[in-house]
Design a protein around this ligand. Sequence first.
Ligand SMILES: *Cc1c(COP(=O)(O)O)cnc(C)c1O
Length: 377
Amino acid sequence: MRSENRFEALAVPGVRQLKPYVPGKPIEELERELGISDSIKLASNENPLGPGPRARAALAVAMANVGLYPDGSGHDLRSRLARRHGVELDQVTLGNGSNDVLVLLAQAFLAAGIEAVYSEYAFAVYPIAVQACGARARVAAARPADDCQPLGHDPSALLAAIGPKTRLLFLANPNNPTGTWLDETALDALLRAVPPEVIVVLDEAYHEYSAGLGVPDGTRWLARYPNLVVTRTFSKAFGLAGLRVGYALSHRDLADLLNRVRQPFNVSVPALAAAAAALDDREHLETTVGLNRAGIGQLRDGLARLGIRAPASAGNFVLADLRRPSAAAHDALLRQGVIARPVGNYGLPHHLRISAGTAAQNERLLAAMDAALSATR
Ligand SMILES: *Cc1c(COP(=O)(O)O)cnc(C)c1O
């Protein structure tokens, strides 16, 4: 535990009450701590294949240009994205990961006395972005654990949480860490019911994984709802988490506001080049999505055989319910060189989030979980 921070009283109120984001444990850290090797990480929803060949090739070329600042307008990538999504160039905002875009939205629309709405068990970056701006979060109750979308977003609770001071509503579809989603009917009804002066941030970080599963593509509503922002990322299915590039699609006036607070060079030279190349690599995306579908099935079946429920997920991860504090199992997994993600910070101390890896990695997780459960039972 760290002792008192001597500058605490000088910090702005929002920052004083913040707890930093806890990322998945890096492999190097685990191996350094335990003196082991050959570990696997299924803790941060990364693509087990990494980037595809086109992105790798583009990256190698781009490295020759890192002596220069990137194109601050990201023109090439933005025009490719605009074409891909059937929107205008000035509707695309690039971010240093989609996390950056979420922060830009908070900076542009939130301050003390203003509120943002999101659901219980929503992505951990939302509370941080909201609080850092000194704004207040209204947290809507999630659906119950025995719902058909266990712990998922409840549109009526989200609507009820909207008040006169609400400017932003954050909603991940599918959601991380629950893997749950709203279908087209539910999402359309929600978008229709949200007042036009509340901006809906529809976070589609897992869109490429969820698209074939009946999860709607939010970009289809951009023209109908000017208060809608759809965020996407290259960190998940495109396998570029380490490069940090994501984007928002929105009404041009909204993009204009985000652009005012955006750092001029927020996306690096290699990131711009690799993302542009990754967009065209349909083959790698298909391989990735197929591998993930198989991996999710493998994990859910294997966990079920161990008596652990992991509901259907539209992402590249499952949320396993151990029905007792998960810390002991998490530690036992670590000692076997397997990193999963504890989600106590989400208010889910009995769960572990497990990213789908390769078939061999999933098998190893399941064997380690079997051993962990026997050792801690
Ligand atoms: C991983 C994730 C992101 C994206 O993170 P990046 O900053 O783009 O790497 C955004 N939203 C959710 C819900 C996520 O799980």
